[in-house]
Design a protein around this ligand. Structure first.
Ligand code: NAP
Length: 288
């Protein structure tokens, strides 16, 4: 819906390192739209309920046109919603809030963002019947697992706490997901895998020399790596894969895509990805 001034923002805690304000500001300018993207640090629950409720009511009334939601509030906002999309419901997490017919609605754009960026960056993969190995079973892993299952991947989740992966599989209520521990990831398993996805924060700035897979493990030449981490732009895990001539991409494209999909939801206008991509690259370079 067109508005003359877009009041947008992000709810989370802490938010000091967020790239989102500049991504959105760059896109708004390129789209010749007026608006502001504000950070709203809201304390974790219990504690932040009142602030959360008052901010969300401003989306319902239209004072704020849209909000993104990040850790630790992606689940916390759900009870406040009047409407939730089937995708967000299935994933159990909301990362974008908007007004729909005077009601407060929530969706999850991480799922489509992962799908779109995977297709753009690793077009040789088609999913259906291929094997994916997902490292981690936290919030981002939920959106990724949901998307992979929707697209017909055969999914194995490797988590340091298998109970967390069991809960994820139960929540998705999907076809069989194989669950193993991170320590069980070996050469034999990798040899039959077409896509490895890192959804753990291992290797993220400032711990840039950490990796979720041992350096000694032989990596599969037939596979590809999608690392959700975007800072640094090249993780240690990506370097391991690239040293074995395996294509490896980072999560910058997914972050940009979820931002673009959110802004399109709020404005109804196509968002130029290239502008956001340039802002993202500049921020990563400057950030460390
Ligand atoms: P999260 O909810 O905290 O989940 C993290 C997962 O990694 C959990 O399963 C956690 O297990 C596991 N983990 C944490 N430290 C580990 C370690 N040292 N060894 C093994 N496993 C470990 O976080 P999230 O929101 O899913 O984010 C995960 C990563 O994805 C972060 O790097 C984040 O920046 C990135 N991300 C990127 C995008 C994007 O658009 N590119 C979007 C969302 C997230 P425990 O519960 O046992 O700690």
């Amino acid at each position: 819906m067109m508005s003359s001034y877009y009041q947008l923002g992000l709810i989370g805690y802490p938010l000091s390192h967020s790239y989102s304000p500049r991504l959105h500001q760059a896109a708004l300018e390129a789209m010749v739209l007026q608006g502001k993207y504000t950070l709203h640090p809201i304390a974790p629950l219990p504690g932040g309920e009142k602030d959360l409720e008052s901010l969300l009511s401003q989306v319902r009334t239209g004072e704020i046109q849209g909000l993104n939601v990040t850790i630790p509030h992606k689940q916390n906002v759900i009870p406040f919603l009047d409407h939730i999309t089937p995708t967000a419901q299935a994933i159990g997490a909301v990362n974008v809030l908007y007004r729909l017919d005077g009601k407060l609605a929530g969706d999850n754009t991480d799922s489509a963002a992962f799908r779109n960026d995977l297709k753009a960056q690793l077009p040789q993969l088609h999913g259906s019947g291929q094997k994916a190995l997902l490292l981690g079973a936290g919030g981002a892993a939920r959106a990724v697992a949901y998307t992979l299952l929707q697209d017909g991947w055969l999914l194995t989740i490797a988590a340091r706490r298998p109970a967390q992966a069991v809960a994820l599989a139960a929540a998705l209520n999907g076809p069989a997901i194989e669950i193993i521990t991170l320590a069980d990831v070996n050469q034999k398993r990798l040899a039959v895998t077409q896509l490895v996805i890192n959804a753990t924060p291992v290797g993220m700035y400032p711990e840039i020399n950490a990796t979720p897979l041992p350096e000694t493990i032989k990596l599969p030449p037939q596979a590809a790596l999608y690392d959700l981490i975007y800072n640094p732009a090249q993780t240690k895990l990506m370097r391991q894969f690239e040293a074995a001539d395996v294509p490896a991409v980072n999560g910058a494209g997914m972050l940009v895509e979820q931002a673009a999909l959110s802004l399109e939801r709020w404005t109804g206008i196509p968002v130029p990805r290239s502008v956001m991509q340039r802002s993202m690259a500049a921020q990563i370079q400057k950030g460390n």
